[in-house]
Design a protein around this ligand. Structure first.
Ligand code: ZN
Length: 198
């Protein structure tokens, strides 16, 4: 399976579904608006995902539902349990950035303990640092209050979280997956193709 991301696109036969995050065939329906008193001349279309059965709503070729469709989808390499929480946060952002942030901190803790060796986020980060996790990602995790004196307990609602924080939390999750799961795999694949010169 390709890990390329195909964003939702109007009347496309397949793309990565904004609900389930899977590349899936889409069925399209136009909803007739003509005739009635509110005939606005707009075309309303529905796309339905063959994988999860949920729909996207489009007006004149622009997706208006689901509302958080501009958020990145989880990397395919993201562990399953983390991915579920990520997608739940993605559906939640529009209604409540604080709730989405609480979910995302849970997802980040889950990812870090999946990659690390203990239950403690800070200890795992030290370990991941030795495995080559970028220092800047760790600085970002501190600013996003995953660790440090002002850390927020994952899963807890915090009044200081706004949409900017939530969007950054989505991004950092994907960045950690890239750094520790995707890139090492790609380097291994490349090495496998090169002649051995010990
Ligand atoms: Zn779907």
């Amino acid at each position: 399976m390709s890990s390329e991301y195909t964003p939702p696109s109007f009347k496309e036969v397949g793309f990565h579904c904004p609900h389930c995050g899977v590349y899936a065939h889409q069925n399209w329906f136009d909803v007739a608006l003509e005739g009635g008193p509110d005939d606005s001349g707009e075309t309303l279309s529905l796309g339905t995902c063959e994988k999860c059965g949920r729909f996207s709503l489009w007006i004149d070729g622009e997706m208006i539902y689901p509302p958080s469709a501009d958020l990145p989808l989880p990397r395919v390499e993201m562990p399953e349990g983390v991915r579920e929480v990520y997608l739940e946060a993605r559906r939640t952002l529009d209604a409540s950035p604080r709730a989405a942030s609480a979910l995302l901190r849970l997802a980040i803790r889950g990812l870090i303990s999946h990659l690390g060796e203990t239950d403690d986020v800070a200890e795992n980060l030290e370990y991941l640092n030795r495995r080559g996790l970028d220092e800047k990602i760790q600085i970002a995790l501190r600013r996003l209050r995953m660790v440090g004196e002002e850390a927020v307990e994952p899963g807890m609602i915090d009044s200081g979280d706004g949409e900017e924080t939530a969007r950054a939390l989505f991004e950092i999750l994907n960045l950690i997956v890239d750094a520790l799961l995707v890139q090492p795999r790609r380097v291994d694949e490349m090495l496998g193709k090169l002649p051995d010169r010990e």
